[in-house]
Design a protein around this ligand. Structure first.
Ligand SMILES: NC(=O)c1ccc[n+]([C@@H]2O[C@H](COP(=O)([O-])OP(=O)(O)OC[C@H]3O[C@@H](n4cnc5c(N)ncnc54)[C@H](O)[C@@H]3O)[C@@H](O)[C@H]2O)c1
Length: 362
């Protein structure tokens, strides 16, 4: 595998740096925490406690990898205090109510956490002694999606059908407003804050136990010897291994620290177009790698609206950062299946192996 993001380069930027990571107890956050630890960064995490006893954060002993603050992103006072005291070089804001289906049950909470929470992080950064590089993690679902199959570019119209997507699109508008009003690149010398927002697609990888996500749903069904249920078998999604967007976030942040003005904007990080698969195709490949071939599809009576077709154009990331997807869909699914299928190796070791395989040795 040709490496477009190398551990060697990231180490030269992050080793010994102070990184404030929100959402460190979540799926992507726990992987990010482990990469940052591998790179020698000093991490302070800020999030709610892991939801489940067997969550990846517990499995990898996340508390040993960072200074962990259990706090609500809605609590502006505590968040500001924790960020100010830490004086981070980098902020990665991953904390969110991240589930589309849950957002239909808790729309107000979703807007509060995702939209207002993003404003809180930006406000805390505004109060911070400079310099600081900050990445706000949103999603590929921030675009108004007429499902025509045209890949979205960064300047396409924002929108959102369900409360999750709308809350993240609104978060993008908040980021842009803070960037224009307080972190304007024309005035960089005065504030020394560089802020980007990043939009990636559905990720897969070992250690995700969230509700209502396809791989955890399949793993749970296999664990209990149940039929694998697929809500939207025909939906095409840009599947990525979790290390792909995380590597992209780190690469962008590293470049921002070198040239804070040039990169302070929005970036898409999607897989290659040929790696788009339907939910049903993904399931078939996963079960093959897992060596459990047989599955039946059941459909919900009244499925909630979820976008069927979502493609990202990552041309800007490729042109400006030299970034492109490194793992094709089959490899991403195989790495994920192998992670779950190996029940002997401790989770921490499985993650470290894949991190080294992806980024290389330092
Ligand atoms: N997983 C995906 O497929 C995917 C795809 C696109 C974008 N994203 C985005 O990436 C980020 C991380 O996703 P994930 O899959 O790790 O999500 P996750 O649900 O596994 O983790 C969410 C994290 O946010 C924290 N959090 C939730 N509410 C909070 C609150 N009120 N205060 C403080 N912390 C709170 C949780 O404690 C947890 O640490 C999110 O912003 C998500 O929207 C995820």
């Amino acid at each position: 595998m040709e490496k477009v993001v190398t551990a060697e380069y990231l180490y030269s930027v992050f080793n010994g740096k102070r990184v404030f990571l929100t959402g460190h107890t979540g799926f992507k956050g726990t992987w990010m925490l482990q990469i940052l630890h591998y790179l020698g960064a000093t991490v302070k995490g800020y999030a709610l406690p892991p939801e489940k006893e067997h969550d990846l954060y517990h499995q990898v002993h996340g508390d040993d990898l960072c200074s962990s603050v259990i706090g609500d992103i809605v609590d502006l006072e505590l968040l500001t205090e924790e960020i100010s005291n830490f004086e981070p070089d980098f902020v990665f804001h991953l904390a969110a109510q991240s589930l589309v289906r849950r957002s239909y049950d808790t729309p107000v909470d979703t807007f509060m956490v995702n939209t207002q929470g993003t404003a809180h992080v930006l406000e805390a950064i505004r109060q911070l002694a400079p310099p600081c590089v900050a990445l706000m993690i949103t999603t590929d679902k921030v675009y108004e999606n007429p499902e025509r199959g045209t890949p979205f570019r960064e300047d396409d119209k924002l929108g959102g059908y369900d409360p999750y997507s709308a809350s993240k699109a609104a978060a993008e508008i908040v980021v842009e407003s803070y960037r224009r009003s307080f972190f304007n690149t024309d005035d960089y010398g005065n504030h020394e804050k560089s802020v980007a927002s990043v939009r990636a697609g559905n990720v897969i990888g070992g250690g995700d136990y969230s509700d209502d996500r396809i791989i955890p749903d399949i793993v749970r069904a296999l664990d209990f010897d149940e039929v694998v249920g697929l809500r939207n078998p025909g939906s095409i999604r840009p599947w990525q291994h979790v290390l792909e967007p995380l590597g992209a976030y780190l690469l962008l942040a590293a470049k921002m620290s070198e040239d804070p003005i040039r990169y302070s904007s929005a970036f898409n990080f999607g897989p290659n177009e040929e790696d788009m698969l339907t939910v049903e195709q993904l399931t078939g490949i996963f079960l093959e790698s897992f060596e459990q071939g047989d599955y039946k599809v059941f459909l919900q009576d009244k499925p909630l609206h979820e976008a069927k077709l979502l493609l990202l154009d990552s041309g800007k990331a490729e042109a400006m950062l030299g970034w492109r997807s490194q793992l094709d869909a089959h490899t991403a699914i195989n790495w994920t299946a192998q992670w779950y299928a190996d029940r002997k190796t401790p989770a921490q070791d499985k993650c470290t192996q894949q991190i080294k395989q992806y980024f290389g040795d330092i």
